[in-house]
Design a protein around this ligand. Structure first.
Ligand code: G1P
Length: 308
């Protein structure tokens, strides 16, 4: 039984995390290990998302999983054998690390049997919402948005403007076709725009702006009704972007917060390595050694290049 919505900071109870993908870009690592459990330094990406969801005020993480990915949920379950062994050995720091995920948030599974798209995945989460939830947050686990806290800003904007609020980054024009792209109008604040249209992965010359969706959404509950009414779009999949576009067409207010920070894409090895280096450099134990090692590796390559 979850607490009533009044007890939730930002009026958000549920964060939906679509995590049913096969992680083909990470093979062979993802042959047996779900991509969401790969460690950024020592913490699985999904636990970073759970931390952000808990910080937003949510108490439930609705994890959309494929049948073969039950280990993602298991990461949020108690593990008494390991806990007992660590306690017996007096390893209390490690014990805290083992128990952290399950204490952060209540993870609930939502099964997606077929990969029909992000819109389909998010739509399935409606079944776990309580009647008192007017808004649902969506966090894509491939996207790490830093510093943490942009969702708080989005919740403040939603309290002011109503409707739905999304996080946007401004990217170079030749990158827009990898994202959902916003058509926007100024609305008096530097970091906020009103969204008048949204299109999934357009060709660069047809993109309405350089503002793109980056994995953080605060969506009015009416999104579920819109998701039931869309038809397959880009790539033959049911796209969350198309449901948002439908809401905009019907006069539902949608705004973006343009995030002034950085973002890591854990969805491919190149982005993942960068995230590990960035988190590693900030790590109190590993940071100083990593910095030295990177400098040495770069210097070694430079001197090899000079020697020809
Ligand atoms: C998804 C969304 C897209 C969004 C992107 C952010 O695409 O469909 O609108 O801009 O995430 O990472 P995907 O990267 O899953 O293809």
């Amino acid at each position: 039984m979850t607490e009533p919505i009044e007890n939730h900071k930002n009026s958000v109870k549920t964060v939906v995390v679509p995590a049913a993908g096969l992680g083909t870009r990470f093979l062979p690592a993802t042959k047996r290990v779900p991509k969401e459990l790969l460690p950024v330094v020592d913490t699985p990406g999904i636990e970073l998302i759970a931390e952000e969801a808990a910080q937003l005020g949510a108490s439930r993480l609705a994890i959309i999983t494929a049948p073969q990915k039950s280990d993602v949920l298991a990461h949020f379950e108690a593990y008494p054998e390991l806990v007992n062994t660590l306690r017996e050995r007096g390893k209390l720091d490690q014990l805290r690390k083992v128990e952290r995920a399950e204490k952060l948030i209540d993870a609930v599974p939502v099964k997606q049997d077929q990969p029909l798209g992000l819109g389909h995945a998010v739509g399935l989460a409606e079944a776990v919402l309580d009647d008192d939830e007017d808004v649902v947050a969506v966090m894509l686990p491939d996207d790490i948005v830093m510093p943490m806290g942009v969702m708080d800003e989005m919740a403040r904007l939603r309290a002011e403007k109503g409707g739905s609020v999304l996080c946007a980054f401004e990217v170079p024009h030749d990158e827009v076709s990898n994202y959902g792209v916003f058509d926007v109008e100024e609305c008096g604040e530097d970091t906020v725009r009103k969204v008048v249209g949204m299109v999934e992965k357009p060709d660069a010359d047809e993109a309405p702006s350089n503002f793109v969706a980056t994995g953080r959404y605060l969506l009015d509950r009416s999104i579920f009704d819109a998701l039931r009414r869309i038809t397959p779009g880009k790539g033959g999949e049911l796209q969350l972007t198309d449901a948002i576009e439908l809401l905009i067409e019907e006069g539902h207010p949608v705004h973006i917060v343009i995030h002034d920070g950085k973002r890591h894409d854990l969805g491919n090895p190149g982005g993942f390595i960068r995230a590990c280096v960035d988190f590693g450099l900030d790590h109190p134990e590993y940071g100083p050694g990593l910095k030295r090692a990177i400098k040495e590796m770069l210097a070694e390559r430079e001197s090899k290049k000079r020697r020809g």
